[in-house]
Write a protein that binds this ligand. Sequence first.
Ligand SMILES: *Cc1c(COP(=O)(O)O)cnc(C)c1O
Length: 441
Amino acid sequence: MGIYNTTQKEIAKQLDSGASRSQWKDWKWQRTHLITSIDEVERLLEVKFSPERKVKLVKTLEKFPLAITPYYLSLIDTADYENDPVFRQAVPDPSELLLSACEMSDPLAEDKDSPAPQITHRYPDRVLFHVSNVCSMYCRHCTRKRKVGDRDSIPARDTLKEGIKYIAETPEVRDVLLSGGDPFLLSDKYLDWILTELGKIDHVEVIRIGTRTPVVLPYRITDELVNMLKKHQPLWVNTHFNHPREITASSKAALAKLADAGIPLGNQTVLLAGVNDCPRIMKRLVHKLVQNRVRPYYLYQCDLSEGLKHFRTPVGKGIEIIESLIGHTSGFAVPTYVIDAPGGGGKIPVMPTYLISWSTNKVVLRNYEGIITTYKEPDSYEPIFCDRNCNDCSLQLKLDGADELKSVGISRLLSDSNEAITLVPGGLERIERRSDVEEDE
Ligand SMILES: *Cc1c(COP(=O)(O)O)cnc(C)c1O
C-alpha cells in the first residue's frame, strides 16, 4: 500500500477539504484530525451501525473514549469491517461494558508498586517510567484503559523530576523503560530533556522507549526526532504491531529511519481474539517484522483489565502459536510468550514442554517435529560452588567488590551462598503457630 493512496486521499478530503499529501504525512495534522466519535467513524468508513448497536457504542465512549488517527483508520478494509483487525483494535465493541468479576482496573498493580510519581518499580534492576499519558490513538485492548483519556495528560517537568530523582537515588536501577501513554507524543525537546537527565545518572546503563507510533502514527518518526534520539545511545525502542496488515509503506519507512540510526528495535504483540489468534497470522507478522529489522520480543497474553473480555483467548492458543513457530522458523523471529501476573508478579514466560523426562544419566527431549531424543549428561562434572567470593574462584568474573544484587526468589533457593531452603507464603496458620518463627532477613 503506497503512502497517500486513494482511500487516504478520500479520508483527508472529508476531514479537511484543502488537505495535501504533505499534510497527511505531517504527524501534527494527523493529531489535530483525530477521529473521536462514532458518527465520524460511520461517515468516513461509509458504514452504518444498527440503531441499537450505535446506542451501545456511544455509551461505551462515556467510559472508554475513542481516538483514531486518520492514517490508522485508512488501513481498515470496509468490505468486511467487522472482522477487520484494525477496526477491532480501534473502534469500540459493546462488550467493553460487560464487566466480569475477574477483571480489574489495575490488574498489574502498577499504581501500588509506585514508589515515586510516574514510576513503577517491580523488578530488581529496572523501572517503568510513565512519562506521557497521551496516546495518538486509544487501542481498544489497552491494559491501562483506566487511564485512557485522563485530562492531565503530559506530566509536568516538576513531576518528572521527582521520578528522575527516585532513579538517581536508587543505584540498582540500570535500565529505565519510558512508557505511558506514548513517549513519542512528547515534543522532541521535552523528550530530549528527559533522556539527557537520565543520561547523567551513572548507574543507568540503558534506556528503552515503548511506543505505538510506528504503527498508528508513523509520520511521527521524523528526521529531527531520530537525530535527537541518536544522541542518547544506548537506546532501545519497542513497538507494538499486532497484525501483518499494520506493516505498510508508511510504517516501514518509520522503522527504517529508526534502524538506520542504529537503534535496536523490538516488538511486543498482544494476543487478541478475532485479531491475531492464529498461528499463520502470527508467523506472517514475525516474518514481516524481521524483514524490517524488528526483533519479536514478547507475545502477551491479554491482561485481566476491565473491558477486554472479548479480546481474551485461552492460554492454550498462545502455546499453540509458539509451538507453530519454534523450530519451524528462525529462532530470532520467535517472541517469548508471557502472562503478566495479576496482582503485580511481573511477566511469567510460558512455553510448550520440550523436556519430557530425565535420570541422572540422560535427559529425554522432544523436538518440534515430535522426534523424541536423548541428551547424555556428562560422566563427571566439577561443580562450581559459589560463595560470592570471586577472587577465590577459577572463573574470571573478578567483580570489584561484591556489588551484585542479593539473590531473590527461586534463584535464591538455588544459590550456594544462601541458607534459605524454602519460600513460605504469608498467612500460613501452621507456620504462625510455631513459637520460634524465624524472621526472614
Ligand atoms: C514489562 C515491565 C518491565 C520490563 O520487563 P522486561 O522483561 O525487562 O522487558 C519493567 N517494569 C515493569 C513494571 C514491567 O511491566
